[in-house]
Write a protein that binds this ligand. Structure first.
Ligand SMILES: CC(C)(COP(=O)(O)OP(=O)(O)OC[C@H]1O[C@@H](n2cnc3c(N)ncnc32)[C@H](O)[C@@H]1OP(=O)(O)O)[C@@H](O)C(=O)NCCC(=O)NCCS
Length: 464
């Protein structure tokens, strides 16, 4: 018995050796022979039912669309995403608020509370991989689109939501950007110590949470390829902001063990309270930094540079600013010795930066690997040719507003190269989606139009 077993084993081994195992590693197909950038987009074949509005949700679905997903934006007939008509700059055209957040999507109008509208939505649910929404808490359920309903229709569906808060005392609250910045720890740690809390210009609550949600969605898609089933993905804006402000929660815990020595207030001899204070423009990391005036400030509101006194380049810093003795003077030579004197050190550095424009200073400092960055205005960013070349700033043409600038996909994939296409007009793709995605016949589409499920109220009256 034992002998026979052994010889069988040998035969099996011999057979196995002939298989081209390396090519099918991990169940993946053989590497594409097509040149990079020509093997289709990363999310080709993924279809998104996009029930998002305003900024947080649309940021997420725009990213997915840039990566190749077919994003079908559901909008209320006659009105659409509220941002189409907010901060309007060109009469009769969708606002930049809308156009800059809804590139590469298709738009269909559906009244989700209309009987026929619900039927169309159910058909869409069966045809899509992900439903993304950022309605006020409970709104999706009130439309009848509960998780149970969706999951029954399509067990593979991923349902992704942005809400202001996660489960807890505030879960039913509506939330906008600045509320999230305030409740997520950003505002209490932004601004100057002796001033009020401040919100930042970067939309970390809305766009930041949209980014978090996009990662949640692709992760759920990846897991679905193994499990075959969808799941719920939730990103609360408070959680997203807190995640981005995590270094401040780090500092909160450090406070128990003594003052935060990299904060200017330490050098100024001002005691710390029991919560992380606002630190002005002090660097958030262990390398002290400041915003310093350059030639032209303060008349030019952006003639400033961020200057970091990174420890490894302390010696070149001393040479550049004309204080070579600080390299060896024990009062300045070590990072620890410098911490109580940051105000004095930075005002000496500023004497030097004020003799240069921010771009001249940047050029000189970069030669010595001294970390720094000019304060760039939105005008300068809009005109920056290198950002145009990389597609981070793009010019888009729109039939109603003409050419406008937008931020392109900031995430660059070498095999999935994003092309920015203009945002859709309200309901522009309604017929196309009903016909090609949902297979409604011409007669059925005509009936749907008459039913009022996809038309604005005034058109409903005319149709009746
Ligand atoms: C952003 C927010 C404050 C806006 O509030 P809002 O303008 O009052 O909008 P809501 O989300 O409450 O939706 C309004 C209504 O439109 C309805 N609606 C939306 N699309 C519809 C459609 N296609 N057909 C019919 N009704 C539709 C909703 O069902 C809801 O009705 P209901 O309240 O009767 O259930 C809120 O949506 C919210 O808190 N969202 C979650 C957090 C978030 O994403 N905030 C950041 C936004 S950038």
């Amino acid at each position: 018995m034992a002998k026979a077993k052994k010889s069988k084993l040998k035969i099996v081994k011999a057979k196995k050796a002939k298989k081209p195992v390396a090519k099918k590693a991990n169940g993946l197909p053989s590497p594409s022979k097509k040149p990079f950038g020509q093997a289709g987009l990363a999310l080709d074949g993924v279809r998104i039912l996009d029930f998002t509005h305003v900024q947080s949700g649309p940021t997420c679905t725009q990213l997915l669309a840039w990566f190749g997903a077919d994003v079908i934006k559901i909008e209320r007939p006659g009105i659409g995403d509220i941002t189409r008509g907010q901060l309007v700059d060109v009469k009769g055209a969708d606002s930049l608020y809308f156009t800059m957040l809804n590139h590469n999507k298709r738009s269909i109008t559906i009244d989700s509370k209309h009987k026929k509208g619900k039927e169309i939505l159910d058909r869409l649910i069966k045809e899509c991989d992900v439903l993304v929404e950022n309605f006020a808490p409970g709104a999706l359920d009130r439309m009848g689109l509960t998780w149970e309903h969706i999951h029954k229709l399509n067990p593979r569906m991923i349902v992704a939501s942005v809400k202001g808060f996660g489960p807890g005392p505030y879960e039913d609250c509506k939330v906008y950007e600045n509320v999230a910045q305030c409740t997520g720890g950003s505002a209490s740690t932004t601004g100057f110590r002796d001033g009020p809390p401040l919100v930042t210009g970067a939309q970390i609550g809305d766009s930041g949470t949209g980014l978090h949600l996009a990662l949640g969605i692709v992760t759920a898609l990846y897991q679905r390829s193994r499990t075959g089933r969808g799941q719920k993905v939730l990103c609360a804006m408070q959680d997203g902001v807190l995640n981005l402000a995590r270094v401040k929660l780090r500092d909160q815990q450090r406070l128990k063990h003594g003052p935060l020595t990299e904060f200017s207030q330490y050098g100024e001899g001002i005691p710390f309270g029991d919560a992380v204070p606002r630190a002005g423009n002090d660097s958030g990391g262990g390398q002290p930094g400041r915003i310093l005036k350059c030639k032209g400030a303060p008349q030019d509101p952006n003639a400033y540079i961020y200057f970091i006194t990174q420890a490894p380049v302390w010696e070149p810093i001393c040479d550049v600013i004309g204080e070579p003795t600080w390299k060896t003077d024990p009062e300045y030579a070590t990072p620890k010795a410098r911490l109580p004197k940051l105000n004095q050190i930075f005002s000496r550095i500023e004497q030097w930066t004020m003799t240069k424009t921010k771009f001249e200073a940047m050029e000189i400092l970069n030669k010595y690997d001294i970390p720094c960055g000019p304060i760039l205005s939105m005008k300068e960013l809009a005109e920056d040719q290198s950002l145009r070349k990389t597609g981070t700033v793009v010019e888009v043409d729109h039939p109603k507003r003409g050419k406008y600038l937008s931020v392109g996909n900031p995430i660059k994939l070498s095999d999935s190269i994003s092309k920015v296409k203009r945002s859709p007009l309200l309901g522009e793709h309604t017929d196309e989606i009903l016909k090609d995605v949902l297979n409604y016949s011409a007669k059925e589409i005509a009936d749907i139009k008459l039913s009022g499920a996809i038309t604005a109220p005034e058109k409903k009256e005319k149709a009746a």
